[in-house]
Design a protein around this ligand. Sequence first.
Ligand code: PA5
Length: 432
Amino acid sequence: MKPISVWVDEALKMANHQSMNGLQESLRSAAYTLSNRKGSGNEFTGWLDLPERITPSLRDEILLSAERLRNHSEYVVVVGIGGSYLGTRAVLEAVGRPLHHLDQDDSFPHILFAGHHLSATYHKELLRFLQNKDYALIVISKSGTTTEPAIAFRLLKQQLIEKYGEENTSTRIIAITDGEKGALRTMADSQGYTSFIVPDDVGGRYSVLSTVGLVPLATAGISIDELLQGAADMKKLIDKDPVENPAARYALARIAMYYSGKPVEILVNYEPGLTQLGEWWKQLFGESEGKQGKGIFPAAVSNTTDLHSMGQYIQDGLRILFETVISVENTDDELTIPYTTDDLDGLNYLAGRPLHEVNTIAEEATRQAHIDGGVPNIKITLPELNPYYLGQLIYLFEYACGLSAYMLNLNPFDQPGVEEYKTNMFRLLGKR
Ligand code: PA5
């Protein structure tokens, strides 16, 4: 299967000359450091091997547990936050059917999310909605102690116990957490939940291809085999030449942009299903690079929707931006624009043309306008939007993120800044 392509020439033409000095060398050194696991944070580089670490027996166990949970329930609530939530939602929305949640006849359970914020309004409504529904929970927390999912889990579990009784509740819960530590591990072991381990050497934002993403995605009916195959194929390409591959090209272009006075990267999509991928990508790069007063600020837009809100700024505002466009080559070609005899809306000039073609032309027109407006453009082309190419893209972004953080002399795998708000919150809440 052909790989995702990354096109950086247009962006590099706009890089200033000085910014390119020594970049190839810096990329080479970062690639060596990452591939040989010799850099800072190297104890968290287990994600590099995730595709092959999912052994056939682990895969079968995941599929079996997913099927069991599915049989129990019309709805499955995935409880988690950050790296324990964003990847699942990104893949699900990218390759799931857009109006799946409204489709009563679907054979797969509807996936809902909880514990990704502290909104009382949301969680109250979720509990009300689920009151008379048949549902199950997948609770995910690597540490097993994060406040947001812990509160949501307590609320939902209590409702399950009221509905089904203590004993029958345990069979409706899958816990994904550390193998030994944390409150969730203690609960899983003492209550007899089916549980999976989050590997020690995989950090939250690099964990979507581990049990963290695979269990809920399999439950939703997404092919985890295709997802893993995509990631494995991208890994093979990177391993063959760690300096000349789509991920390395992307990392080099980003850092060239950064040193050319473009510290803000906007990830752009033209398929609304990719909006959540933008959220996952923001965490991956934001938490990995935003340190020591450095790092590219990751933003995301979903076009053509956001051309009608953010388009003005991107075209004409402060020239600190560069764009990375995710372009999907083939989507539905069958939906064409109908002809009408009165042509009251003046659209007959488009009659008979596929809607996808109009979207592609909008993408190309926008890209060119933004380049003309001084916004350098990187283009990542996916032949199709399916689990296989999502797997390739996830691995590409993870590897590129490790490379570019090392090129900025940062540890890509820690997040010291995230702890600050927690310390304040616990103090104000009076946690002992
Ligand atoms: O990337 C990270 O490490 C974080 O975003 C975590 O995933 C997030 O804070 C949730 O942590 P946990 O899985 O321990 O509940």
